[in-house]
Design a protein around this ligand. Structure first.
Ligand code: FE2
Length: 157
């Protein structure tokens, strides 16, 4: 396997691990969010953890199709995730939750951008197409959450 293919597989697997952790974080927000936006955000976080689960599955299955071995244990997910989790020990405001989702999306988007470049170099159009489609979705989520916070999409980058 070429160096680029190995790098693509590593990036995909990091994203697999990251999506498992991201899903847990979104559940945490879904459970603990409070305040006047409770109903909107409780539902929005649910929508996002469902989406993240679909992407987790899609990324892992694409990796399998490429001959790779997706991580499949909680320990591996924690070890390889590029975002970090934290127990809910003190109150987090609804806006801080949304800001943390924006920050996580940005970290994931960077890894996606890296993988998009690598798949371009290796001529893996199918994986590249999948990743570009997903990056478009993340860009949209970031814009919407930034709008919720009263920010422009690129603020704070
Ligand atoms: Fe629920």
């Amino acid at each position: 396997m070429s160096k680029t293919n190995t790098e693509v597989q590593t990036a995909l697997n990091n994203l697999v691990a990251t999506h498992r952790v991201f899903t847990s974080k979104l559940y945490q927000h879904h459970f603990y969010v409070q305040g006047t936006h409770f109903f909107t955000l409780h539902e929005k976080f649910e929508e996002l953890y469902n989406e993240a689960t679909e992407h987790f599955d899609e990324l892992a299955e694409r990796l399998l199709a490429l001959g790779g071995k997706p991580y499949s244990t909680l320990q591996e997910f924690l070890d390889h995730s590029i975002i970090k989790e934290k127990p809910y020990t003190e109150k987090i405001s609804d806006t801080d939750m949304v800001s943390s989702v924006v920050a996580d999306f940005r970290i994931m988007r960077e890894e996606l951008a890296k993988a998009i470049k690598l798949t371009g170099q290796s001529g893996d159009d199918v994986t590249q197409d999948m990743l570009i489609g997903y990056k478009t979705e993340i860009d949209k989520h970031i814009w919407m959450f930034q709008a919720f916070l009263g920010n422009n999409p690129l603020d704070g980058e």
